[in-house]
Ligand binder design. Structure first.
Ligand SMILES: NC(=O)c1ccc[n+]([C@@H]2O[C@H](COP(=O)([O-])OP(=O)(O)OC[C@H]3O[C@@H](n4cnc5c(N)ncnc54)[C@H](OP(=O)(O)O)[C@@H]3O)[C@@H](O)[C@H]2O)c1
Length: 234
């Protein structure tokens, strides 16, 4: 990871912040993005010097564009984008409000799309890059109460695979991560009874992303699927 420039979108979150710590320890040059500046600065203070905080709301393409521009100003390049921002709404299908659906589509589907578009624009120039989309198992398996979330996450799988096909000629690789439940603040705002003690840890998720990022140059980890033993979708 030495000297790789990594933009983590969702660096203030459970998976993103643990990944930031692992990448920081491995010598990456980090751009930490999310909306909560306080949390981003807290992570920054735990990292080796040099990490940059860029407050970003991924629902707005002009902000994802500025994020990549700032990365270029600071470090001259972007090698890796990790899309680890998102939110969950878990409700009965008939109880989902239009605003819930908009929220899921705007953050989970469109936000990660905008971030990837902005990253590819800069990666294309150097013909090298890696985009990691942290999707979740609900991007390929349905679950009761998750219709709005699944609508967005299934959609992310769709655009990610189209994008991967388009950008391989620019030397840009794409890895999709299908984690089952991970014990992070994601679940704080979800009104669903879950046993967080049986979930994956952010460490497992972050280590899986590190594995994909460290693969030898001729190996492309297309998909990584890790689920907790207590709740597996086969
Ligand atoms: N936890 C799980 O069980 C699980 C399992 C599989 C996949 N996932 C997916 O993994 C990703 C990370 O989840 P997590 O568990 O780490 O959740 P988390 O701890 O709740 O973190 C969510 C992150 O998303 C960011 N975010 C939310 N809305 C944003 C916006 N509009 N603009 C920019 N950043 C935004 C948050 O930052 P700010 O609040 O600072 O904006 C935060 O950094 C999500 O896509 C989630 O769907 C989670």
């Amino acid at each position: 990871m030495n000297d790789k420039v990594v933009v983590i979108v969702g660096a203030s979150g459970g998976i993103g912040s643990r990944l930031g710590q692992l990448l920081g320890a491995a010598g990456a040059r980090l751009v930490l993005a999310g909306r909560n500046t306080e949390k981003l600065m807290h992570l920054q203070s735990s990292l080796p010097p040099g990490a940059v905080v860029v407050p970003t709301d991924i629902r707005y393409p002009e902000q994802t564009q500025s994020l990549m521009e700032r990365a270029i100003v600071e470090f001259g390049q972007v090698d890796i984008l990790v899309n680890a921002a998102g939110a969950g709404v878990m409700k009965q299908f008939n109880k989902i409000e239009p605003a819930d659906l908009d929220h899921m589509l705007e953050v989970n589907l469109k936000g990660s799309f905008f971030a990837a578009q902005a990253a590819i624009n800069v990666m294309k120039e150097r013909k090298v890059g890696h985009i990691c989309n942290v999707i979740g198992i609900l991007g390929k398996h349905p679950m009761a109460m998750a219709s709005a979330y699944c609508a967005a996450k299934f959609g992310v799988v769709g655009w990610s695979k189209c994008m991967a096909d388009e950008v391989r000629r620019f030397g840009i690789r794409v890895t999709l991560f299908y984690f089952g439940g991970v014990d992070t603040p994601f679940w704080d705002g979800v009104s669903l009874k879950v046993d967080r003690s049986k979930m994956l840890t952010p460490e497992t998720a972050a280590q899986a992303i590190m594995f994909a990022l460290s693969a030898e140059p001729q190996a492309v980890p297309l998909e990584i699927n890790i689920q907790p033993e207590s709740h597996m979708f086969l």
